[in-house]
Ligand binder design. Structure first.
Ligand SMILES: [Ca+2]
Ligand SMILES: [Ca+2]
Length: 511
């Protein structure tokens, strides 16, 4: 009996305090107990065998870690041309894996971009199409019927964890992570709460875990306002999130697992920017401490390098556990760089060669880094010009997992590009819409980018990205047929949603 139990490694889900090892220690059990033991041992053996058989050898799907930075620009990493901020570990991942040069976020601000990432539907179809703020919070929640990538992988037998910032539904909402396919959650539910790197609590599943920080609210805000600037700073949320990620990987190393690691770095604490003039919150300035820069500049750079080091720790752990060759890591950002910490954009050039930042639909607002790393599967040192975006992540991971679930998606799997196997399908066009600042919508196809503002009623500006990276020259008059094609794509992609209407005063996006 004991030998039989030792053959297959028992799965975590079938571990039990009444398991085999205890039974082997029984001296002269009574007959009934003995019979019970035989039955139980047989049951555990069968379950363990079935589990092992289900994930036999090469059929066991690989682990996935999707690391999402918050407001990290295309040009913020060394491997994408950053000259000042040091990101050696991410640069290593890129050089040992694949770096995409034409990869786009789901939108130009947090919540809609993350909704696209989770559901595989672009913003013309998605349920969450903007940051709702605190006034009408529920429209920023996913619905039960929205199928998330976590649900797809959970159904396939993955252990699923979300660690970091969510923003698509709070405890009582249908979008709460544990109702959307995540077995485990640790971090921030509210995006406003996530502004503050020294909050008074974080969530573990549906429970608030108190922290040792004390937070001062902005003037005039109600007692339940979740943002602010800490006056006592002990627990730095990013460090807690990074530790939780390591713990999740250690605890689930034997399972197929999906970890969505949504760092808040390098987002600004907008309330701290307004209250104390510095929204780049970080415990130490590290290698930038002696630079002759204002503190927000040191903080902005130090945040990014701190995150880089934590990505490195995660990779080191995978290697130590010897699961690195069975784990796909994807690293990206949810939108272009912000200008909200009082730091100097000119110093860092965070959007690289592109124009625009967060809230723009020019390239700088939506084109983001994407690094894919999987030793032995993704050949080292590759640069891919495949045009892809967040809507493609769900179908990619679904294909990787072997799931055959039917999911309505606007995405196309980029697994063939990652593995260098099979035929890579291409998008006819990519689509975005954005409701703030009077609204705008955009499409990317071939080498063209077109932007219409306000959405639906404005005139279209057309840019040739092959000749004009910075999108300074509107060539819609020279290419009316191309501009008309852009409009037809916008009309096709946009399906009106009762929750989302243009708001704010029209204004040009930042260059
Ligand atoms: Ca963001
Ligand atoms: Ca769902």
């Amino acid at each position: 009996m004991c030998r039989a139990l030792n053959v297959p490694a028992p799965n975590r889900r079938f571990d039990s305090p009444t398991g085999a090892r205890h039974m082997c220690k029984l001296g002269r059990p009574r007959a009934v107990w003995h019979l019970w033991s035989v039955v139980m041992v047989a049951w555990f053996s069968m379950q363990a065998w079935m589990t092992t058989a289900a994930w036999a050898d090469e059929e066991r799907p690989p682990n996935v870690i999707f690391i999402l930075a918050d407001d990290l620009g295309y040009g913020d990493l060394g491997c994408y041309g950053q000259q000042i901020i040091q990101t050696p570990r991410l640069d290593d991942l890129a050089s040992q894996g694949m770096r995409f040069t034409q990869f786009y976020a789901g939108c130009t601000v947090c919540a809609p971009s993350r909704c696209v990432l989770m559901t595989g539907q672009h913003t013309g179809h998605a349920h969450v199409r903007g940051n709702a703020g605190s006034v009408n919070r529920v429209i920023q929640s996913l619905r039960d019927e929205d199928i998330t990538v976590a649900e797809v992988l959970q159904e396939r037998g993955y252990r699923t964890g979300l660690i970091g910032k969510w923003g698509l539904g709070e405890v009582e909402d249908p979008g709460f992570p544990r109702k959307q396919g995540f077995d485990y959650f640790y971090g921030y539910l509210s995006q406003l709460h996530a502004h503050n790197y020294y909050p008074e609590f974080l969530y573990r599943n549906d429970q608030r875990v108190p922290l040792r920080n004390k937070v001062r609210r902005p003037e005039g805000k109600p007692a339940d306002f979740l943002g602010g600037s800490a006056t006592v700073r002990v627990d730095y949320s990013h460090d807690l999130i990074a530790e939780e990620a390591l713990k999740f990987v250690r605890e689930n190393a034997a399972d197929p697992f999906f970890l969505y690691l949504a760092f808040t770095i390098p987002h600004a604490n907008n309330e701290a920017t307004r209250m104390v003039g510095d929204g780049a919150e970080v415990p130490t300035y590290g290698m930038y401490a002696t630079r002759q820069w204002p503190n927000p500049d040191k903080g902005q750079a130090a945040m990014i390098s701190r995150m880089d080091a934590d990505v490195g720790r995660l990779v080191d752990l995978l290697r130590q556990l010897e699961i690195d060759d069975h784990t796909l890591i994807l690293f990206s950002s949810d939108n272009g760089p912000h200008d909200e910490a009082n730091h100097d954009l000119e110093r860092f050039n965070p959007n690289g060669p592109w124009s625009g930042i967060k809230r723009s639909l020019t390239e700088g607002g939506i084109r983001v880094p994407m690094i894919a790393y999987w030793p032995g599967k993704i050949a080292a040192g590759q640069t891919s010009e495949h045009v892809a975006y967040f809507a493609d992540v769900l179908p990619t991971l679904q294909q990787l997992s072997g799931s055959e679930k039917e999911v309505a998606t606007d995405g196309i799997s980029f697994l063939p590009t990652l593995l260098g196997e099979g035929q890579q399908r291409e998008h006819e066009y990519l689509y975005w819409e954005f409701y703030e600042q009077g609204s705008r919508q955009s499409v990317r196809f071939d080498n063209w980018a077109a932007i219409r503002q306000p959405m639906r009623t404005g005139s279209v500006a057309l840019f040739d990205l092959s000749a004009d990276q910075a999108q300074q020259r509107d060539v819609s008059e020279q290419h009316p047929e191309v501009a008309a094609r852009a409009v037809s794509y916008m009309e096709e992609a946009h399906v009106p949603h009762p929750n989302w209407k243009p708001r704010g005063k029209p204004r040009p996006a930042r260059k």
